[in-house]
Design a protein around this ligand. Structure first.
Ligand SMILES: [Zn+2]
Length: 733
């Protein structure tokens, strides 16, 4: 970053902005939300914290926690929870285990048989198979053009391009009676690199386990939506639970999938559908017939969430929360223990600081969640059980999950974007020795597609962070409780193919990922610094300029999307009229022609435009008040007098939720971020509007625009009030 840019961005931001490489300058600057004096003290404590995490401890914890399979209901799951709790206690955290009781079906009988002709075997689920590529809605549109129906058939889909639970959901919606999901070597096997144990990628028998519950409808225990799964909770009957998959599903390896795929005939699969196996991929249906049988035990199993607390000295009722899950599918060294061990070293480091006199202003809560893998169970039940308290007290939630070598990846609430950039500037990348922030910035420049993007990355004071959908334990905090959340972790140079398989073990992790645990230490430094800085701030480091700027980009995307859908339909209707499809259709291999569609109406985005103007104005007011406060002799304001403003800042994420939730899924209350109903983990921003457009529900889209606009107007009002309150408190000369 050159000097002119640095100065400009300091003026723009008004507050802390340490350009890379200028640690001396950074030391003289105040931290965001701190006075000059409190910044000085905070920096000293943070530096102490970052020196504590130990590589040997990280390795030893991982070895201990990944020795045995530790899925929900297993002996090692309980042992691990108890061991983590004992360590938290040893570190000085006030610790308990909170138990929930959740539905956890386990297979009693699994069978996949290829039945080669012959009349003697007629089972209920013996159906012709169809290959559906990734099994996402677009794939079914293509199948329809090819004249292939999956009705009454068993589909075989490959992993990737959507969260796995979407595949059986979409298959069932199209009338399929069973679903097999396999890992094609094209995605994470020998096509990508050497396979385990010689290399990091998935061997022929590697199977990716994972939940296929309809989590985009609601995550957590299928039997207790919206409430904690305590002993006496009211439960749905299993047959009434709406998130349980409608058809039997099994994950299989490619060595099991290959004979099934090879036995399919019919049309040759389109180019983009072909994987890495040495076969010609056909779509089917049949003549291969598959017998698929899944029988489950529908047991209730205990979950053990480990909760450790450090009481806040000044504002004990303001909670800063940190979490990572401890359950794995099998040995789970990478997922989740690599993140869990970093969290444990943070807890130890914070405990050490407390022993040497550090008194965090706010209460800090460290959580090791159980049951993340089968459906974000432990964190969701806890966030549902403590809903009222969390709505009243939670400042922010910081999550991590798996960790590895590479870049610091941060995603989350845009009100914490500036804050998260500040933290990234403090962290040293252990292999390149540049700051994690700088490395990420250069990485983004290298990966940008346009000159405009590169220009923005070079000039904008902060790197943009992506929004969160779902896929880990932040979901209930952010989407249901409205707690500002971040997800952090290193990765990108740790690729492999052992995800959710028996090969994710200590050997794999210490040979192919963060072999010396230096990125584990960097994650502990990142999480620890972020928690401390939130816990100690005089004024909470929420910022609304970046937030408003980002929501404007969402509006632009929505307008482009609706325009494009209109243009595409107009063009396609015209081509149908021109006879394009009849002229280009191969008469010997004909496709079904597309049908004429009604041209979508124009949507009325005006309410959102007005709301975004109000949001930008309020963000500017808040920034101005902050600048005045900062100019006030370097003293900011005594934190006791900031209590009311901090309350409003905490409220700023709650305001983005509403009680009714999203139109088709009331559990999801956030109006800006949700996992896609048809993508799974991937985020849909402004979900009610975006998904209505994607599903061509135009009236619903117009209604959703009004709801989102009202939410943003309320948010703008809150930010304006916080700005007014802050500026009233600044003594006038
Ligand atoms: Zn995980």
């Amino acid at each position: 970053m050159n000097r002119t840019v640095a100065i400009a961005s300091i003026l723009f931001a008004g507050i802390t902005l340490a350009p890379f490489g200028s640690h001396v300058v950074a030391d003289e600057q105040r931290l965001f939300g701190y006075s000059i004096e409190s910044s000085r003290i905070e920096r000293q404590w943070e530096e102490k914290l970052r020196a504590i995490p130990s590589l040997d401890n990280l390795r030893a914890y991982m070895q201990k926690l990944s020795t045995h399979p530790h899925h929900v209901g297993s002996p090692a799951d309980k042992d691990n929870a108890e061991w983590i709790a004992s360590k938290f206690k040893e570190f000085g955290l006030d610790t308990h285990i909170e138990q929930f009781d959740v539905l956890f079906p386990t297979p009693k009988e699994r069978l996949v048989e290829l039945v080669e002709g012959g009349p003697k075997f007629v089972a209920k689920l013996q159906e012709p198979a169809v290959y559906v590529n990734y099994g996402i809605p677009e794939d079914y549109e293509q199948l329809e053009r090819m004249g292939v129906s999956v009705k009454g058939k068993i589909v075989i889909a490959r992993y990737f391009h959507s969260w796995r639970g979407i595949k059986p959901k979409v298959a069932a919606e199209h009338g399929a009676v069973g679903c097999l999901i396999y890992s094609d070597p094209h995605e994470d096997g020998f096509v990508q690199g050497e396979t385990y144990p010689a290399g990091a990628y998935r061997p022929p028998d590697g199977v990716q386990r994972g939940s296929v519950a309809d989590m985009p409808f609601y995550p957590g225990d299928p039997l207790t939506p919206g409430v904690g799964a305590t002993k006496d909770a009211k439960r749905l009957k299993v047959e009434d639970a709406p998130t349980i998959t409608k058809i039997p599903v099994l994950p299989i390896s490619y060595s099991d999938a290959q004979p099934l795929l090879a036995a399919l005939t019919g049309r040759v699969a389109p180019e983009g559908w072909r994987g890495g196996l040495a076969i010609t991929y056909h779509v089917g249906p049949g003549p291969a017939k598959v017998h698929l049988k899944v029988k489950s035990n529908w047991d209730i199993k205990p979950l053990y969430d480990v909760i450790g607390r450090i009481q806040g000295a000044a504002f004990p009722d303001e909670w800063v929360i940190r979490g990572n899950h401890h359950d794995g599918w099998v040995n789970g060294a990478e997922d989740p223990i690599s993140g869990q061990v970093a969290l444990m070293e943070e807890a130890r480091a914070l405990g050490e600081l407390v022993k040497s006199g550090w008194k965090p202003k706010r209460t800090i809560i460290y959580c090791a969640w159980d049951g993340e893998e089968p459906g974000l169970l432990g964190s969701t039940e806890w966030a549902e059980q403590h809903y009222d308290e969390l709505r009243a007290h939670a400042v922010a939630y910081i999550n991590s999950d798996s960790n590895g070598r590479g870049y610091l990846e941060v995603a989350g609430s845009h009100t914490l974007e500036k804050f998260s950039n500040d933290i990234a500037r403090e962290i040293l990348d252990p292999e390149t020795k540049s700051s994690a922030w700088k490395r990420q910035q250069l990485h983004e420049i290298a990966n940008s597609k346009t000159a405009e993007q590169r220009e923005e990355i070079r000039k904008r004071a902060d790197l943009r962070i992506p929004a969160l959908g779902s896929g880990s334990d932040y979901t209930a905090f952010l989407q249901h409780d409205g707690v500002a959340s971040l997800n952090i972790g290193f990765g990108g140079e740790d690729n492999g193919g052992i995800y959710h398989s028996i090969y994710d073990d200590f050997y794999w992790y210490t040979h192919f990922s963060d072999t010396d645990f230096v990125y584990g230490r960097a994650l502990a430094q990142t999480g620890g610094t972020a928690i401390m800085r939130l816990a100690d701030a005089d004024l909470l480091p929420f910022e609304f300029g970046n937030f408003a700027d980002t929501v404007v980009t969402y509006l632009k995307e929505l307008k482009t999307l609706s325009q494009k859908m209109q243009d595409d339909i107009i063009e396609r209707n015209r081509e149908i009229e021109d006879g394009v499809f009849n002229a280009t259709n191969d008469p010997k291999r004909p496709l079904v022609p597309p049908s004429v569609e009604v041209v979508p109406p124009h949507l009325n985005f005006a309410p959102m435009e007005n709301a975004l103007d109000a949001l930008a104005r309020s963000a500017a007011e808040y920034r101005k008040a902050l600048e005045q406060a900062n100019a006030n002799g370097g003293a900011l304001l005594p934190s006791a007098s900031l209590v009311e403003v901090n309350k409003m800042l905490i409220e700023s994420e709650r305001k983005l939720t509403n009680a009714e939730g999203l139109p088709n899924r009331p559990w999801f209350k956030h109006q800006l971020y949700a996992p896609g109903f048809y993508t799974g983990y991937g985020v849909k921003t402004v979900p009610a509007v975006r998904e209505a457009i994607e599903l061509k529900k135009w009236k619903l889209a117009d209604e959703a625009i009004v709801v989102v606009a009202r939410t943003l107007q309320d948010e703008a009002e809150l930010i304006s009030s916080a700005a007014a309150k802050l500026s009233r408190m600044i003594p006038r000369p």
